[in-house]
Every structure is written in structure tokens, then in C-alpha cells.
Design a protein around this ligand. Structure first.
Ligand SMILES: Cc1ncc(C[n+]2csc(CCOP(=O)(O)OP(=O)(O)O)c2C)c(N)n1
Ligand SMILES: [Mg+2]
Length: 322
């Protein structure tokens, strides 16, 4: 599957924005100024971007509690996201949701989700709407290895299978659900066979390799758009930070993260591949790094000084009226 020069630059830029965003949130969280819980996506960038690069305005994604990367990949504004994380009135959800509830329906981002396994049913709903309305749209359900054992996820796979809904079930297996190893917790130890049991075809890829994710997702999205029904992918990768900010990670062997940062970095892999193949030059990628650094500096500076929601708005946006 060929990717244009522009497509390569956009993909790298989005992965770099996610990495920079997460590194900065990690640093800023330590100052105590960010309220609530934060779960970082650094190390997992190739999944969100490799998949969302195939999506357009008619497509939707359902996300997880670790949702910053999905939001950025689907097109959420980073300053709006940063303000949301800081609980500011200018945030994407007016500062009332925080990190775990970032949503922007306008760009097809149905929401991060504090409920493990909460995304797949939403994606089924979006896919059912697309199918009945003949919009040509598809929906992506991102979920973790822990969520793969939730009833909501398995019921959604069954539902999507019998109604032949265009839902892409994306298992993001980062090796742990909080501190529980996925190698222990997934009954049967074979996610592909679990999907097969629902009649859903799948692929298994190395999630540090953007090109592997991009290729597999391209096939799956094309099949869904052609009316073939739900698809599945098992993506294996690593998370660079703890389950949440503040996690001491005593369940991980010493040196594991340092080694992963050195040898399993999707951005380093991407750079090596495109430079090696003569597709892009170091200078273009360095320029993106600089530009993205400034973008995130600005987002943080804006979020730090922006006003909080007014007390009078405390009870607005609680219920939706139709
Ligand atoms: C229904 C539900 N059960 C439990 C929790 C507590 N919880 C939050 S994140 C998490 C682990 C999720 O692991 P995984 O799905 O692998 O996602 P990861 O954190 O690795 O990205 C748990 C158990 C929750 N938020 N919702
Ligand atoms: Mg996990």
C-alpha cells in the first residue's frame, strides 16, 4: 500500500504531536496543577495514527480512558484538549469532562471513556446509524486488553457480527490492564481465535510498526466500506508510562521501560524506515519536531492561563435535550 509524501508527513506529524502532548502532560501533571486522573498513550502512537489515517468526516471512533492519542489522530484540536485536561471553560467539553471524557462529535470522536469496555457499544451505534443512513461511514472501537474481557466488548462483537455492521474492533494490547498482565488474563490466550468465534476476520500486528498497522487497517476499512461487516485487529505494543500518572509500576521489571524507549519506539522506527527508503529527509522530520514543540508549548501556556468554567454553568450540559 503506497503512501504519498504528504501522507507520510501528516502521519509523522500526528505521531509527534501525540508524543509531545503526552510528555508535556506528564511533566505538567507532576506540578499538581492538573485535576483528576490522567492515563498516557506515549509508545502507542502508531496504532491511533495508522488507523485514523484511513478515516474521514463520515467515520466515528469510540475511545478509552487512555484517549489522548485517539483524539489527536481523529482531529481534535490540541489546545481545546489541553484546556479540557486543565478543566478550563475553553476545553472541548467546556472543562467539565477532563482527560477521561474528551469528546468532539464534530470530528467524529465519540469520547474517551471512564468505563472500561464503554467504547465498543458506542461504535456499534455509530456503525448502525451509518449503515441505516447509507452514509458510507465506518466506526472504530479502540479498547484495551483488559476491556477485551468485558461483557460490553464481547456483546458488541456479537451484535456487529449478526447485523454486519462496519465496526473495526481494535484491541490495543499494551501488556497490562492496570497491573494485570494480558498474557495471564485473556482466557484462551488467542485473541484472533476469540474474534473468529464471532465470525469476525482479524489480523495481528506489531504496534510499534506504523506501516504494519497502516497496511492492515487499510485492508480492514476497505472491506468494511465494501459491506463485508466488522473486522478485528490485535495490536501489540508497550506503554511508556504507568497505568495512570502516579503509578509506581512495581509490577514491571526494572529497566523494562528504558529498554522499550530505546528499542521499541514507533517514531524512531518510522524515521529509520522513511529515511532508509529515501522517502523523506531528516530535515523535514526535524522541522516537524520543532513546529510541534511550539504548538504544544502554546497549548500548555493557553491552558494554564485560561479561565475556569463559571459556577453558574455547573448544572448546564448535564442532560441532552432532543
Ligand atoms: C467497568 C470498569 N471496570 C474497572 C475499571 C477500572 N479500570 C480503569 S482502567 C482499567 C484497566 C484497563 O486496562 P486495558 O483495557 O488493558 O487498558 P489500558 O489501561 O492498558 O490502556 C481498569 C480495570 C473501570 N474504569 N471501568
Ligand atoms: Mg492494557
Amino acid at each position: 500500500m503506497q503512501i504519498s509524501r504528504e501522507g507520510l508527513l501528516t502521519s509523522y506529524r500526528k505521531m509527534r504531536i501525540i508524543r509531545e502532548f503526552e510528555e508535556r502532560v506528564h511533566k505538567e501533571f507532576a506540578t499538581g496543577k492538573i485535576p483528576g486522573f490522567v492515563h498516557l498513550y506515549a509508545g502507542e502512537e502508531a496504532s491511533a495514527v495508522g488507523i485514523c489515517q484511513h478515516l474521514n468526516g463520515t467515520d466515528y471512533i469510540g475511545s478509552t480512558h487512555r484517549g489522548h492519542g485517539h483524539s489527536i489522530a481523529k482531529g481534535c484540536d490540541v489546545t481545546g484538549m489541553m484546556q479540557e485536561i486543565y478543566g478550563r471553560a475553553g476545553g472541548l467539553c467546556k472543562g467539565k469532562g477532563g482527560s477521561m471524557h474528551i469528546a468532539d462529535i464534530g470530528v467524529g470522536m465519540l469520547g474517551a471513556n471512564g468505563i472500561v469496555g464503554g467504547g465498543p457499544p458506542l461504535a456499534c451505534g455509530a456503525a448502525l446509524t451509518a449503515k441505516l443512513g447509507k452514509t458510507g461511514g465506518v466506526a472504530v472501537a479502540f479498547f484495551g486488553d483488559g476491556a477485551f474481557n468485558q461483557g460490553t466488548t464481547l456483546e458488541s462483537m456479537n451484535f456487529a457480527s449478526i447485523y454486519k455492521l462496519p465496526v473495526y474492533f481494535v484491541l490495543e494490547d499494551n501488556g497490562y490492564a492496570e497491573s494485570t498482565a494480558s498474557s495471564w488474563s485473556i482466557g484462551g490466550h488467542n485473541p484472533m481465535r476469540r474474534a473468529e468465534g464471532f465470525g469476525i476476520p482479524g489480523q495481528h500486528v506489531d504496534g510499534h510498526d506504523f506501516f504494519a498497522v497502516y497496511r492492515a487497517a487499510g485492508d480492514a476499512v476497505a472491506r468494511m466500506r465494501a459491506g463485508d461487516g466488522p473486522q478485528f485487529i490485535h495490536i501489540e505494543f508497550t506503554r511508556y508510562y504507568g497505568h495512570f500518572e502516579g503509578d509506581a509500576m512495581t509490577y514491571r521489571p526494572p529497566g523494562e521501560v528504558a529498554e522499550e524507549r530505546q528499542f521499541l519506539d514507533p517514531l524512531k522506527f518510522f524515521r529509520a524506515r522513511v529515511i532508509g527508503a529515501g522517502l523523506l529527509e531528516d530535515g523535514s522530520l526535524d522541522a516537524i519536531d520543532t513546529e510541534v514543540g511550539a504548538l504544544i508549548d502554546k497549548a500548555v501556556a493557553t491552558a494554564k492561563t485560561a479561565p475556569s468554567p463559571a459556577a453558574a454553568d455547573l448544572l448546564t450540559d448535564v442532560y441532552k435535550t432532543y
